[in-house]
Structures are given as structure tokens and as C-alpha cells.
Design a protein around this ligand. Structure first.
Ligand code: NCD
Length: 291
């Protein structure tokens, strides 16, 4: 049984296959490839778009979706996560999509169920479908990606989106440059790092801006996010007329991560990422369930 716990679970050939399928879905719309299949989503942590993206993707494939409302479920009555998972599994789903604030939970759950588990984000761990949709968007915009340079900007240390993207994008031959203040910079010697975005702005093809993960900080780091924005907000004054693709997984802290002008700029692909999220998740669901 295949699961998608982190981006490494899919080899390059599998990812290329997913992209091909996603492209077909984008061009031709709805299908019935998962008719009569049941997909359960269970999100123990808030989600603005990942949960709805998976649910829309499942419905576009003709599947039935049951979304467990965690606040109404027995988890809030003290049932362990594993019992909840085993009980869900007993209902015979064809896949379970899970998000949890603790890294590692989807992996552990995969030992308790008889269907594919898809990680919809686990703490600061991984967010594989986000990286897949990001790479899909980059490929769609730039064509060949090998040798392209991407600056990942912001709270890299606490970001599961960054973790999955760093792994996947470098495997596809992109050069990752980490841009962050010292306390948001992960300890690694494998990637170029800088605290000053001006240092790399002339060489990058792509900027991926990240949201400051305040919910994962044990103590407040900035007096206000405006202090962070002074150095790391992606503004029109910074980007000027450079040929740079701008990405963000959302939710965007407006005028902190990216300013109003750049959010409106055609080089900013935030909504295209959301659109591609549905098609790539359709392809992931179809691959894991139908094989
Ligand atoms: C991200 C997440 O939840 O990890 N959002 C998303 O899934 N699109 C990023 C974030 O919350 O900052």
C-alpha cells in the first residue's frame, strides 16, 4: 500500500506521471475515475485551502467525501488518535487525508489503517502536496526547471511547506537559496543562505514567500510582524521589472509577506497555485487509489 507522507515517497517518474495527469485534468475538467470511492478528510489543525482543495479534487473525480469535524468527534472526548483512525478505517475508506499539529502523526497513522494516508500537513514536518503543486506551477510557467534559482523567503525553520519544497525542488535540479533572519534560518550546510534579500534578487528566477508561523513559536520573536516586513516583504520596489515568478502557499500576511501591489502583479501566481492545487491533488488521489 502506498502512502504520501512526505515528498520523498514519490520518485521523479511518479511525480512526472502525476503532472501529466494533472495537466489532463486541467485541460479536460471533471471525470468519474473515483466513482463510488470514499475519501475521508480529518484535519486536527486549521486549514484555509488544503482541506477544501482535497475535497473539491475528490468530488471532481466523482468520489464521495466525508469530512470529519474534529471538534464534534470523539477526539474531543478523549479517544486516542489511533482509535479514531482505526474506527474511521473500519468504515472502509479508499483514502484518508490528515492534518495534525504534531509532525509524524500521519506516518504513525499509516500503520493503523488499510488505505492510503495522505499528509495534508504535519506540524513543521512536511506538506508534500503543497510542494507538488508548487513545482507543477513552476514547470507550467517556466518550462524547463533544471538550473533555475529559487529564493525561499521567511520562516523556513518552522515551515513544512519549505521542508517539502527544499527536498522536491532540489531533486528536480533547482538551486534553493534560503533567505531569512537568523532565528528563522534552519541549520544546514547543504544550501546557500543569506539574511539579505538584496544580495540575491538579481540572480533568482523564482521567489517563494512564506507566512511567519507564529502558532509554532514558543515565544514571540518580533515585537510586531511589521519589523519582519521591513526586511523581508516582497514589494514592487524590491522586485522592480525583473523577470521573477512569485509564489506563496497562503494564507498570505498581506503587506507583511507580499505587498498589495505585488499581490496584484501578473508575476504573482498565488491564485494559480490554488487552482493547480485541485488538479495535482486529483492526480495524487487517483494515483494512490487506482494505482
Ligand atoms: C500552509 C500550511 O498550512 O502549511 N498553507 C497551506 O497549506 N496552503 C502554509 C501556512 O500555513 O503558512
Amino acid at each position: 500500500m502506498k502512502h504520501l507522507i512526505n515528498s520523498r515517497d514519490f520518485d521523479i517518474q511518479t511525480i512526472e506521471g502525476i503532472f501529466k495527469k494533472a495537466k489532463t485534468f486541467k485541460e479536460s475538467g471533471f471525470t468519474n475515475l473515483l466513482k463510488d470511492r470514499l475519501i475521508i478528510t480529518i484535519f486536527f489543525e486549521n486549514s484555509t485551502r488544503t482541506k477544501s482543495s482535497f475535497e473539491v479534487a475528490a468530488k471532481r473525480l466523482g468520489a464521495t467525501v466525508v469530512s470529519l469535524d474534529v471538534s464534534q468527534s470523539s477526539s474531543s472526548k478523549g479517544e486516542t488518535l489511533f482509535d479514531t483512525a482505526a474506527n474511521l478505517d473500519a468504515m472502509g475508506p479508499d483514502a484518508i487525508v490528515v492534518r495534525h499539529k504534531n509532525a509524524g502523526v500521519p506516518k504513525i497513522l499509516s500503520n493503523y489503517v488499510n488505505c492510503p494516508i495522505i499528509n495534508g500537513g504535519d506540524g513543521a514536518g512536511a506538506h508534500p502536496t503543497q510542494a507538488i503543486l508548487d513545482l507543477f506551477t513552476i514547470k507550467e510557467e517556466l518550462g524547463k526547471v533544471k538550473g533555475k534559482k529559487i529564493a525561499i523567503v521567511g520562516d523556513i525553520k518552522n515551515s513544512r511547506v519549505a521542508n517539502s519544497n527544499v527536498e522536491l525542488l532540489s531533486r528536480f535540479g533547482l538551486e534553493v537559496i534560503m533567505v531569512a533572519p537568523p532565528h528563522f534560518m534552519p541549520k544546514t550546510k547543504n544550501f546557500r543562505q543569506t539574511h539579505d534579500i538584496n544580495e540575491i534578487i538579481d540572480e533568482v528566477d523564482i521567489i517563494m514567500s512564506l507566512r511567519t508561523q507564529t502558532e509554532r513559536h514558543s515565544n514571540q520573536i518580533y515585537a510586531s510582524l511589521k519589523d519582519y516586513a521591513k526586511d523581508f516583504c516582497i514589494t514592487k520596489e524590491l522586485v522592480k521589472d525583473r523577470n521573477i515568478l512569485l509564489l506563496h502557499p497562503g494564507p498570505v500576511h498581506r503587506n507583511i509577506d507580499i505587498d498589495d501591489d505585488m499581490l496584484k502583479d501578473p508575476r504573482c501566481k498565488v491564485l494559480e497555485q490554488v487552482k493547480n492545487g485541485v488538479f495535482t491533488r486529483m492526480a495524487v488521489l487517483e494515483y494512490l487509489i487506482n494505482g
